[in-house]
Every structure is written in C-alpha cells, then in structure tokens.
Design a protein. Structure first.
Length: 117
C-alpha cells in the first residue's frame, strides 16, 4: 500500500488545520491518524472504517473531525479537520492504513502540526 499525507503547519491556539491522506494499492479495512509529540510515544488519534464508522481519542473528541472523500474512487482518502487546536496537539501526525492479513499495516510519512500558545 502507498500512503500520501499532506497538510499540517503552524497555527496559534484556537486555530484550525486540515490533514489529508490517500492510500492505494491494497484492500483497506480502515484508515486513521496517530501522533507523536517530542519525547513521547506514538498515540492513537482517530480512525474511520471502510464502512464509515469513526472513532476518536478522548483528547480530540469534539474538536477533530475525520471524514472520507467518497468522490475519490481510485484510493481511500481521508481528511482530518482539526479545530480549536491546543498547544498539546503539537506533534508529528502519522497516517496509517489497517490492512487485512497477511498484509502489514501501512504508514505514511509524518507531517508536523505545531500549535503556538
């Protein structure tokens, strides 16, 4: 599977950013995002299944919205709208694709999100 992520950047507290990620080349069960802050382990943020079911970590629930771009039939494309950003949201965000066995999950390149106070 090939994953291509885009978006991110620098924003002030309370601002918004949008991340996108496209996956192609494989059957995909779900896609989503993890993030890793400096000096910390990578943690789950959100995901959406092939059937459209979304889940969010409690830390971002109500502020982040994950959706799938159904117009893109050639790839599994997701968009993460991040609103009311906080400094603690600062991290490198990694897109991932959950694949059925025997294939291993795929990861995209990280994209930096920085929220200044």
């Amino acid at each position: 599977v090939q994953l291509q992520a885009s978006g991110g950047g620098l924003v002030q507290t309370g601002g918004s950013l949008r991340l996108s990620c496209s996956a192609s080349g494989s059957i995909i069960n779900a896609m989503g995002w993890y993030r890793q802050a400096p000096g910390k382990r990578r943690t789950y943020v959100t995901s959406i299944t092939n059937g459209g079911i979304t889940n969010y970590d409690e830390a971002v629930k109500g502020r982040f919205t994950l959706s799938r771009d159904n117009k893109d039939t050639a790839a599994f494309t997701i968009n993460l709208q991040m609103d009311n950003l906080k400094p603690e949201d600062t991290a490198v965000y990694y897109c991932y694709a959950d694949l059925p066995p025997p294939w291993e999950d795929g990861w995209g390149q990280g994209t930096q999100v920085t929220v200044s106070s």
